[in-house]
Design a protein around this ligand. Structure first.
Ligand code: HEC
Ligand code: HEC
Ligand code: HEC
Ligand code: HEC
Ligand code: HEC
Length: 338
C-alpha cells in the first residue's frame, strides 16, 4: 500500500470518529444512555480485559456446561436441574446467595463474566465506582461478599464449613485463597493490581498440596499417620461427594514388601450409601477433615518390619485406583524402622 493511500485511510477513519464524538457530545446525556452497551456475553469483555478473559477461558467456571464429566452425569443435561449452576443466569437477577436459575444462551460460557458481574439493571458490579471507565463499574458490597460464591457452592456445605472455621472469623474469604492478587498491565503500559480468575481447586496439584500437612512417624511399636488441614478454608476434601483423600501404607520386611493398606479415607458419603467410609465409622458418617483439624491413625508395627512406605492420595472419585489419571499423589514417605 502506498503511503499516500494509508494517510488517506487514516484521515477518513479520524473524520468518521471525530464526527461521532461531536455528535455524542452535542446530543448530551440522553444519547450516551440510549447508546449504552447491553452486556450479554463474555466475548464483549475480551478486547479490554484480555488477561482476565484468558484466565477464565479453560477454567472450570468457563467449561461448566461443556465439561464431559458433567455431561455424562447429567445425561447431556436432560436432567434439567443440573443447568441451574452450570449454565446460570446472572446472580444479581436471582439474588446473591439464592440458588441461580438456568439460561438458554451462550452454552460455551458456563459460569461467565455476565453470571457474576452483571447488575440487575444491566450495569457492571465491581469493588470500585468507576464512572470514567468504558464499562462504568459500580461498587457493590453484595457482589464482593462470599454469598456470591454461596449461590452455587453450598449444595454440599462448602460455604457453611467455611463460616464455621477460623478463616471466617479472621476475615479470610473464598476470594482471598481462590482469587490471589496478580499484576495487570493497562493499555498505556502502567500497572495495577487485579485478582486471578482461574479459581484453582481440586484439579490443580499445587492447590491440593497446600491443603494438608502430613506426618508419618514412629511412636514405640506404632506407626502414626497424621493429616492436618492447614490450607483449605473448608473441609478437605470438600464439595462433591466423589472427592476422597486416602492415607495408605505398606510395610517392608526381610521377606519382601507387603500390599498397600488403607489407614483412612476422608470423604462425604452418598446419601444412600450404607457401607461406612472406614471401619468403625457409622453409615452416612462424614469423614472430611474440617479446617484446622488433625486426624491421626495408629497402626501396630509388625515385629519383622524394617521400613514403612506411605502415600497420601487425592481422588476425584472414590472408584479409581492409583494408576487412574483421576488420582493425584500428594505426598510420599519412607520411614526406616530399624
Ligand atoms: C471498552 C473497554 C472495556 C470493556 C468492553 C469492558 N471493560 Fe471493564 N474496564 C475497562 C477499563 C479501562 C477498566 C479500568 C481498569 C483500570 O483500573 O485501569 C475496567 C475495569 C473493570 C472492572 C474493575 C472495576 C474496579 O473495581 O476497579 C471490572 C469488574 C470490569 N471492568 C468488568 C468488566 C466486564 C465484566 C466487562 C464485560 C461484560 C467489561 N468490564 C467490559 C474497560 C472495559
Ligand atoms: C446448586 C448448584 C449446582 C447444581 C444444581 C449442580 N451442580 Fe454440579 N457442581 C456445582 C459446583 C459448585 C461444582 C464445583 C465443585 C466441585 O467440583 O466439587 C460442581 C461440579 C460438578 C462436577 C465435577 C466436574 C469435574 O470436572 O470434576 C460434576 C460431574 C457435576 N457438578 C455434575 C452435576 C450434575 C450431574 C448435576 C445435576 C444432577 C449438577 N452437577 C447440578 C454446582 C452445582
Ligand atoms: C453461578 C454458579 C457459581 C458461582 C456464583 C461460583 N461458582 Fe465456582 N464453580 C461453579 C461450578 C458449576 C463449578 C464446576 C464446573 C465444572 O467443573 O464443570 C465451579 C468450580 C469452582 C472451583 C473448582 C475448580 C476445580 O478445580 O474444579 C472453585 C475453586 C470455585 N468454583 C470457586 C468459586 C468462588 C471462590 C466463587 C465466588 C467468588 C465461585 N466459585 C462462584 C459454579 C459457580
Ligand atoms: C465466579 C464469579 C466471577 C466470574 C465468572 C468473573 N468474575 Fe471478575 N471478579 C469477580 C470477583 C469476586 C472479583 C473481585 C473483586 C475484588 O475483590 O476486587 C472480580 C474482579 C474482576 C475485575 C477487577 C480485578 C482484575 O483482576 O482486574 C475485572 C476487570 C473482572 N473481574 C472482569 C471479569 C471478566 C472480564 C470476566 C469474564 C472473562 C470475569 N470477571 C469473570 C467474580 C467473577
Ligand atoms: C484458606 C484458603 C481457602 C479458603 C478461605 C477457601 N478455600 Fe476453597 N480450597 C482451598 C484449597 C487449599 C483447596 C484444595 C483442597 C480441597 O479440595 O479441599 C480448595 C478447594 C476448593 C474447591 C474445589 C473442591 C472440589 O472438590 O472441586 C472449591 C469448589 C472451593 N475450594 C470453593 C471455596 C469456597 C466457595 C470458599 C468460600 C466459602 C472457599 N473455597 C474458601 C483453599 C481455600
Amino acid at each position: 500500500m502506498k503511503l499516500s493511500t494509508r494517510i488517506g485511510i487514516v484521515a477518513t477513519v479520524l473524520a468518521v470518529f471525530g464526527g461521532t464524538i461531536a455528535f455524542l457530545s452535542a446530543g448530551a446525556e440522553t444519547v450516551a444512555q440510549t447508546a449504552a452497551v447491553r452486556w450479554e456475553s463474555a466475548a464483549q469483555c475480551k478486547s479490554c480485559h484480555e488477561d482476565v478473559f484468558a484466565e477464565w477461558q479453560g477454567s472450570h467456571h468457563q467449561i461448566a456446561y461443556t465439561n464431559p464429566e458433567v455431561r455424562a452425569l447429567s445425561d447431556d443435561f436432560r436432567k434439567e436441574e443440573c443447568m441451574d449452576c452450570h449454565l446460570p443466569r446472572p446472580l444479581a437477577v436471582t439474588g446473591f446467595g439464592k440458588r441461580t436459575l438456568p439460561r438458554r444462551t451462550h452454552f460455551d460460557e458456563g459460569v461467565s463474566c455476565i453470571s457474576c458481574h452483571l447488575a440487575a439493571d444491566g450495569g457492571i458490579l465491581a469493588r470500585n465506582d468507576r464512572p470514567e471507565v468504558p464499562c462504568k463499574p459500580r461498587a457493590s458490597e453484595a457482589f464482593l461478599a462470599a454469598d456470591t460464591c454461596a449461590s452455587c457452592h453450598n449444595q454440599h456445605g462448602t460455604t457453611d464449613q467455611w463460616r464455621a472455621s477460623h478463616y471466617f472469623k479472621q476475615g479470610t474469604d473464598c476470594a482471598a485463597c481462590h482469587m490471589p492478587a496478580v499484576t495487570r498491565t493497562r493499555q498505556d503500559g502502567s500497572t495495577r493490581l487485579g485478582r486471578r480468575h482461574v479459581y484453582d481447586g481440586c484439579h490443580d496439584p499445587a492447590t491440593l498440596r497446600s491443603a494438608g500437612k502430613w506426618d508419618v512417624t514412629r511412636d514405640g511399636d506404632e506407626l502414626v499417620l497424621a493429616l492436618t488441614n492447614v490450607g483449605a478454608g473448608h473441609n478437605f476434601p470438600t464439595e462433591e461427594r466423589h472427592r476422597a483423600v486416602d492415607m495408605l501404607y505398606r510395610f517392608v520386611t526381610v521377606a519382601g514388601t507387603g500390599d498397600w493398606q488403607r489407614a483412612w479415607r476422608f470423604r462425604m458419603p452418598y446419601r444412600d450409601e450404607m457401607e461406612p467410609i472406614n471401619p468403625g465409622n457409622q453409615p452416612g458418617e462424614n469423614t472430611q477433615l474440617p479446617a484446622g483439624a488433625t486426624k491421626a491413625i495408629r497402626v501396630p508395627i509388625p515385629a519383622d518390619a524394617t521400613a514403612v512406605e506411605a502415600r497420601l492420595w487425592y481422588r476425584l472419585t472414590p472408584f479409581c485406583g492409583d494408576d487412574d489419571p483421576r488420582s493425584t499423589l500428594l505426598e510420599e514417605r519412607k520411614v526406616e524402622l530399624r
